[in-house]
Write a protein that binds this ligand. Structure first.
Ligand SMILES: Nc1ncnc2c1ncn2[C@@H]1O[C@H](COP(=O)(O)OP(=O)(O)OP(=O)(O)O)[C@@H](O)[C@H]1O
Ligand SMILES: [Mg+2]
Length: 228
């Protein structure tokens, strides 16, 4: 079987409404599926629901209705323990703001998710070395994140997201704070890592450059979503 033939994420009639003084239909009942190892950019204007969608797939936000099948299991039905395992083992998150722990060194930041996953020390050591070599961040290993540039911090954040070899990387505007050169480095690295580990990649981005590094686009619109 072609490595990209197997569907691993299936979004079915996904609806999310934020309740409050004003009700906002953030996701209007959408359907699409993503194959293993596929690299997809998610577009749509500001406020259309891109971050909400990633949070639902990441298992950090329970949608109002619909199903999110990941490897055939509906994560919407998961209990808190199942969700915690899912987030730890299956999902890597990359944000615009890098989201590194400021009091930990680069090395400790990368090791942290693997320690939480109780991986053996030698595996943690080997994986950390592989990641820092591939992402070319050896020089900064013992520095705190605030000493690194934005582009360097984002490379560390990618290493952290990949540490537990997730099924899917969810990147929300990962280059939002970076210049064109660093943005291209980040897209290139995300794409290379996806190819190397056959990790599915969902990138939310306004930047048209992102399409040069992905297989296809999903465009969210108010008139339900259009899965291309
Ligand atoms: N916690 C919240 N409570 C209430 N409404 C929210 C909340 N988060 C988002 N929304 C609303 O839901 C809609 C979708 O928001 P979301 O952040 O998913 O959009 P987005 O496509 O990521 O936008 P952007 O491109 O600006 O990041 C917006 O109308 C927003 O105001
Ligand atoms: Mg957003």
């Amino acid at each position: 079987m072609n490595k990209k033939e197997k569907t691993i994420i299936h979004i079915i009639d996904l609806l999310h409404v934020y309740k409050g003084k004003v009700e906002t239909i953030a996701i209007p009942g959408i359907n699409f599926s993503i194959k293993k190892g596929e690299k997809v950019v998610i577009r749509g204007k500001s406020g259309i629901g891109k971050t909400t969608l990633l949070h639902c797939i990441a298992g950090v936000l329970k949608p109002t209705a619909g199903k999110i099948l990941v490897e055939g299991r509906n994560i919407v039905d998961f209990n808190e323990d199942q969700l915690a395992d899912y987030r730890r083992d299956k999902v890597g998150l990359v944000y615009q703001s890098y989201n590194l722990a400021p009091f930990l060194t680069v090395k400790e930041n990368i090791e942290f998710p693997m320690t939480i996953a109780k991986l053996p020390v030698d595996v943690i050591e080997r994986r950390t070395n592989d990641l820092v070599e591939m992402l070319e961040i050896e020089r900064y290993l013992h520095q705190k994140p605030s000493f690194l540039s934005g582009g360097e911090q984002q490379r560390v954040a990618i290493a952290v997201a990949l540490a537990n070899k997730p099924l899917v990387i969810l990147a929300d505007e990962p280059t939002g704070n970076l210049d064109t050169e660093n943005s291209e480095i980040v897209y290139e690295l995300l794409s290379q890592m996806s190819d190397l580990y056959n990790t599915t990649l969902l990138i939310v981005s306004h930047d048209h450059n992102a399409s040069n590094y992905t297989d296809r686009e999903i465009v969210l619109s108010r008139l339900k979503s259009l899965a291309l």
